[in-house]
Design a protein around this ligand. Structure first.
Ligand SMILES: NC(=O)c1ccc[n+]([C@@H]2O[C@H](COP(=O)([O-])OP(=O)(O)OC[C@H]3O[C@@H](n4cnc5c(N)ncnc54)[C@H](OP(=O)(O)O)[C@@H]3O)[C@@H](O)[C@H]2O)c1
Length: 249
C-alpha cells in the first residue's frame, strides 16, 4: 500500500467517471473520502476500491440538492482534503424539461446550484488554509446553447462561469480551480446514445486527465478530455446566430 498522506474528496462516487477517478487517486496512494446520495451504493464503491488498493476509504452521504446540509457535511470531512473533485451531474430529458418546470429545475440545480455552492464553500476553507485544488466537471454543452440540450447546457455554462470566477478570485490565495469538459464519455449517462468513437472518451481517460491536471504541477486550468473538442467547439462557438439557428445540433 502506498502512503503519501494526501486526501481526496470525491463528490459523486457512484458515477462512472467518479469511480475511475477515486480508484486512480487511491492507486497513487491517496486517502479517499467518497460522497454520494445513497450510502449503501457508496459503501459498495468504497469496499471495491479498498480491496483493490489496500486503502481505507471513508464514506459520506449527501444529496447535492440538500444545500442546507452542506456546512454540516463539510464539518464531517476531516482532515480538510488536499483536492476535491465534484463530478455530480444529471443530463435529464430536454423535451421533458420544456414541458415540466420541476424537471428543468432539478437539472439546473443538480448541475449548477448544488455543485457551485458546495465548491464555493470548499474554496473558502482552502483559501483560509492557503492551499487546495478544486476540480469541477462541466461540459462542452455549456459552450453554446443548443436546441437538443440547452437546459443541461445552460446549467453547465453557469458552472463553467462560476469556476472561472472562483479561479480568478483565488489564484493568489493558493487555491487552484480547474474545469474539465469531458466531451462524450461512455458512461451510464450516455447509455443508448449513438456516440461518435473519435469524440468519445472512456471514464478512465477522464480520470487520467483530472489526475494529471490536478496533481501534475503546472498545466491548463480548463481542459477538454479529447483534444479534438477544442477546435470543434471553437467553430461551433464562432458560428453567427443567423446560421446557428438554422442548424439542428
Ligand atoms: N457522460 C458524458 O458523456 C458526459 C459528458 C460531459 C460531462 N459529463 C459530466 O460528467 C459528470 C459525471 O457523469 P457520468 O457520465 O459519470 O454520469 P453518471 O454515471 O450518470 O453520474 C452522475 C452522478 O451524479 C450523481 N447525482 C445525480 N443527482 C444527484 C444528487 N441529487 N445528489 C447526489 N448525487 C447525484 C449520481 O448519483 P446516483 O448514482 O445516486 O444517481 C452519479 O453519481 C457529470 O457532471 C456529467 O454532467 C458527462
Amino acid at each position: 500500500m502506498k502512503l503519501i498522506g494526501k486526501t481526496l474528496l470525491l463528490i459523486g462516487a457512484t458515477s462512472d467517471i467518479g469511480r475511475a477517478t477515486a480508484l486512480t487517486y487511491a492507486q497513487a496512494g491517496w486517502d479517499v473520502h467518497l460522497v454520494g446520495r445513497a450510502r449503501e451504493r457508496v459503501q459498495r464503491e468504497a469496499d471495491d476500491i479498498g480491496a483493490r488498493t489496500g486503502k481505507a476509504i471513508m464514506v459520506h452521504e449527501l444529496d447535492i440538492l440538500d444545500t442546507g446540509r452542506f456546512e454540516a457535511f463539510l464539518s464531517e470531512v476531516l482532515p480538510l482534503p488536499d483536492t476535491a473533485v465534484c463530478v455530480i451531474g444529471e443530463l435529464g430529458e430536454q423535451a421533458r424539461a420544456e414541458r415540466e418546470m420541476e424537471h428543468a429545475a432539478m437539472v439546473m440545480r443538480t448541475n449548477f446550484e448544488g455543485p457551485a455552492l458546495l465548491m464555493g464553500l470548499l474554496a473558502e476553507r482552502f483559501a483560509a488554509r492557503g492551499s487546495g485544488t478544486l476540480v469541477g466537471i462541466s461540459s462542452v454543452a455549456g459552450d453554446r446553447g443548443r436546441a437538443s440540450n440547452y437546459v443541461y447546457g445552460a446549467a453547465k455554462a453557469g458552472l463553467t462561469a462560476f469556476l472561472s470566477g472562483l479561479r480568478n478570485r483565488l489564484s493568489k490565495a493558493g487555491v487552484r480551480v480547474l474545469t474539465v469538459k469531458p466531451g462524450f464519455v461512455r458512461t451510464r449517462m450516455t447509455v443508448g446514445l449513438k456516440l461518435p468513437p473519435l469524440l468519445t472518451a472512456e471514464p478512465q481517460e477522464v480520470a487520467n486527465v483530472i489526475f494529471a491536471m490536478a496533481e501534475g504541477g503546472k498545466g491548463p486550468d480548463v481542459a477538454y478530455v479529447r483534444r479534438i473538442w477544442r477546435p470543434l467547439m471553437a467553430v461551433i462557438r464562432s458560428l453567427p446566430e443567423p446560421i446557428f439557428k438554422r442548424l439542428r445540433l
